[in-house]
Design a protein around this ligand. Structure first.
Ligand code: OMP
Length: 243
């Protein structure tokens, strides 16, 4: 099973804070994390922040969660495909036509720029959603696990490389998808007693045991007193199964 180095979500509000984290994390050259650039950094600082991360040798997970009509998603993905990033996200809820458009656009952009094709992942149900929100607010009649399984199947059928889900659903996803289909899992909390906006959480060690291909970790690293040491502890638990 393919297991990626942890993906560190650099969700910070200044360029200086982002560059500081890049520099600190780039120093551990034996275990370089994948850097996740999401909406906060990208909307504030644009493609320049992606270049800054690439210059330091990181693989980039550009997490912009595209969700729009197929034509708009295709064109945006074409632009993203030219950026030389390694992972990209869209929402499975956009449906098969949008998912295919995302893949086509991404491939066209990558080809035009001579970049490798990034791995295209679909968000299933955000890890901040629980059964109550799904039923009471979104009026979905299926269980969360069933909804996630459905989105995983839909994504695989439309040629995506994998999904973003909680590690809690990985086993259920593996029952309905092929062995190479990727499950990338945020909602990682080394201390499960900490309650915040994440609802479906597991420890790094549990994510490993549940068969996650890659963990996405933000605040447990970015807000730690020593982010590099927090990263190393989390990495070891996920990659080597030690706490
Ligand atoms: O696409 C994502 O990465 C994502 C999907 C999801 O369902 N839940 C989720 O938390 N994320 C991202 O993963 C990161 C989690 O950060 P922390 O909650 O601070 O560890 C954030 O950057 C989220 O945007």
């Amino acid at each position: 099973m393919e297991r990626f180095e942890p993906m560190v979500a650099i969700d910070v509000d200044t360029k200086q804070a982002a560059l500081k984290l890049f520099d600190e994390l780039a120093n551990d050259t034996d275990h370089t994390p994948i850097v996740k650039i999401g909406m906060e950094l990208y909307y504030a600082f644009g493609p320049g922040i992606v270049r800054e991360a690439k210059q330091r040798g990181f693989k980039i997970f550009l997490d912009l969660k595209l969700y729009d009509i197929p034509n708009t998603v295709k064109r945006a993905m074409t632009a993203i495909g030219k950026m030389g990033v390694s992972f990209v996200t869209t929402h499975a809820a956009g449906g098969s036509e949008m998912l295919q458009a995302a893949k086509t656009g991404l491939a066209e952009g990558a080809k035009a720029a001579g970049c490798p094709m990034p791995k295209l992942l679909a968000i299933t149900e955000l890890t901040s959603i629980d059964d109550r929100i799904l039923h009471e607010e979104q009026h979905v009649d299926f269980s969360l696990i069933e909804a996630v399984q459905n989105y995983a199947q839909l994504s695989e059928k439309n040629g995506l490389d994998g999904v973003v889900c909680s590690a809690q659903e990985v086993k259920a996803i593996r029952e309905v998808t092929g062995p190479d289909f990727l499950c990338v899992t945020p909602g990682i909390r080394p201390n499960l007693q900490v309650h915040d906006d994440q609802k479906r959480v597991v420890t790094p060690q549990q994510a490993r045991e549940l068969g996650s291909n890659g963990i996405v970790v933000g605040r447990p690293i970015t807000l730690a007193e020593d982010p590099v040491s927090a990263y190393q502890t989390i990495r070891q638990a996920f990659m080597e199964g030690e706490n």
